[in-house]
Every structure is written in structure tokens, then in C-alpha cells.
Design a protein around this ligand. Sequence first.
Ligand SMILES: NC(=O)c1ccc[n+]([C@@H]2O[C@H](COP(=O)([O-])OP(=O)(O)OC[C@H]3O[C@@H](n4cnc5c(N)ncnc54)[C@H](O)[C@@H]3O)[C@@H](O)[C@H]2O)c1
Length: 318
Amino acid sequence: MENILIIGAAGQIGSELTLELRKIYGNGHVYATDIKEADRDVRESGPFQLLDVMDDKHLIHFVIRHKITQIYHLAAVLSGNAEKLPNAAWHINMDSLMNILEVAKLVEDVKKVFWPSSIAVFGPTTPKKLAPQVTTMEPVTVYGISKLAGERWCEYFFRRYNVDIRSLRYPGLVSFKTEPGGGTTDWAVEIYFDAVRKGSYLCFLNEDTKLPMMFMADAIRATINLMELERSEISLHSAYNISGPSLSPSEVAEDIRRHIPDFSISYHPDFRQAIAETWPESVDDSLARSHDHWKPTYDLTKITDTMIGEIRKMTENK
Ligand SMILES: NC(=O)c1ccc[n+]([C@@H]2O[C@H](COP(=O)([O-])OP(=O)(O)OC[C@H]3O[C@@H](n4cnc5c(N)ncnc54)[C@H](O)[C@@H]3O)[C@@H](O)[C@H]2O)c1
């Protein structure tokens, strides 16, 4: 029997991943935790508890008490927020991961760990198009540096202590359930909300800045598929590239006009433009696809139709 711990369950990914895992493993077996209250679906469909991943003693007690067998560690300071407080972001991103790796090493019941990496591991010297799985990686943001160091630590704990840790380099994730958490691709969520609610959007990136993106349902499927693979099928314990469509703000704006013909967008790039310019436009995810655990199903049209439809429903029900 599996008992799953999700850390960061109130966030953009955790709030959806928790509900999907509860469908598979049973509500009572998926423990959602965060340092802030999660939304009602997460709190009411199964166990939810406040837990600070930085508190290593509380963490290990929790894992032992609930006989946890799998951990999804989603707590992090994202790219935009990390640039505002680099030291604090490094501390939180690295120490939280080290706490999880230590627990997985010490507690025999814990069989698998998921920890997400990001396309932020790449930098200005990485090929812009179809960034390969193994390539030059010289990230220039504190977030990217922490994710690259995290990947190396994951691989180290696998080789040295046999900890089965699995990871994906997520692109920017588009979803409607929970607000994004301060990343450079947050525009790809905000644009849909503002389109429906205001008919206009002021974008913090330039119109032609193209970045790898993915719809949340695809990211969750890729994550659960990866965690369900037999250990022998996993060839990488650092992080797999995965990708969906590459999108720029002007392309998304044009697609939104299929639903909202008068939608207008203006551009006022801020510090996140410089971050975006160091990331690739697209990534090569052929290794992940060869394991048959990854194939995106949402293109731009399907993302736009879903986002506009769901946000309209949410707005009408308010
Ligand atoms: N959302 C994306 O587009 C994206 C892209 C690439 C990688 N990722 C990675 O995926 C993971 C989850 O991202 P997200 O978008 O859901 O982030 P988010 O900011 O929306 O959620 C993170 C959650 O972690 C919680 N948290 C912060 N500090 C904590 C602590 N000390 N203890 C327990 N919980 C704590 C926060 O309260 C928040 O609810 C992160 O590692 C992020 O780097 C996200």
C-alpha cells in the first residue's frame, strides 16, 4: 500500500497533483502539506496539514508516523521571486531538497521521491532551439543555479545511497486552478485571466519572446507516469527534458482573439525579460518520449479553448 506525501500542495502544481494522486491511490493515502492553507478541494478531499519542509525534525516524524512510501517535493522559490531575494531563495531551494534526500536515505519505507527541475537549468550558452538533454548548462539566475545543483545532488544520492529520485525539467506551466507562484512564465496564465475579466493584458515580456510551455494536465500526467515506471526503466536520476508547445505572448494573444476578438495586449518588459532571454525557445525531449512516459496532448488551440472556457465558468459562478 502506498502512502504519499506532497510538500507544497497549496501551489500551482500541488493543488492539481494532489487531486489526481487521490483518484489513483485513495483520498486517505495522499497527505497534502504546505506552509499555507490549501484551497478547499485539497483540504476537504483528504488529509491536509501545515508542514514546513525546512523543519527536518517535524518532516522525519511526519514521514515515519504516516508510513510514507513516496514523496513529491514541490516547495521552492520560483525564478522571478528568487531574483528579489537570492540568498533566501538559494537557502530554501537547496536546504529543503537536502532535507528530503536525507529523509529518503534514512527512512526505509520511502521508496521513491519526485522533485521537479526546470528549463531554468539552461543558460545563454545552451542551444536556443531544441536544447538537448545533455548540453552546456550555465544558468545565470539563482533559481536556475539551484535547480542545476539540485539535479546534481539527486544523481549523487542515487549513486551513493541508492535513493530512487525522479525528476522532470518542467517548462512554464499553464493552468487555471491556482495562481502561479512568481515565475518568468506567469504571463501565460495571467493573459487568459485578464483577457476574460478585463479584455486587455499588460505583459511583462516582449511580444516575440518564445518559451517552452505546457498545459498542467500534461505535466501531471508526465509526472505520475514517471513515478509509476519500474525502477529499472529509469535511466536518469537527475532530470528528463519534457516539452509541449513553444509560445510567445503575441501568438497567445492572437489565439485568444478567436474567442475575444477585441482583446488587446501591450508590452512593458520588466526584469523577467532578461531571465527569459537566457532560456531556450524549445527543448529536445526525445529521451523522455523514448521511455513511453511522455507525449503532450495540449497544443496552443486546446490550451486557449480550455483556459477561456474554464475561466469563464469560474467568473460566472462567482
Ligand atoms: N509552475 C511552473 O511553471 C514551474 C516550472 C518549472 C518548475 N517548477 C517547479 O515545480 C515546483 C512547484 O512549482 P509551483 O509552480 O507549484 O510553485 P508554487 O509557488 O505555486 O507552489 C509552491 C508551494 O510551496 C509552498 N512552500 C514554500 N515554502 C515552503 C516550505 N518551507 N515548506 C512547505 N511548503 C512550502 C508554498 O506555500 C507554495 O504553496 C517547484 O519546484 C518549481 O520550481 C514549476
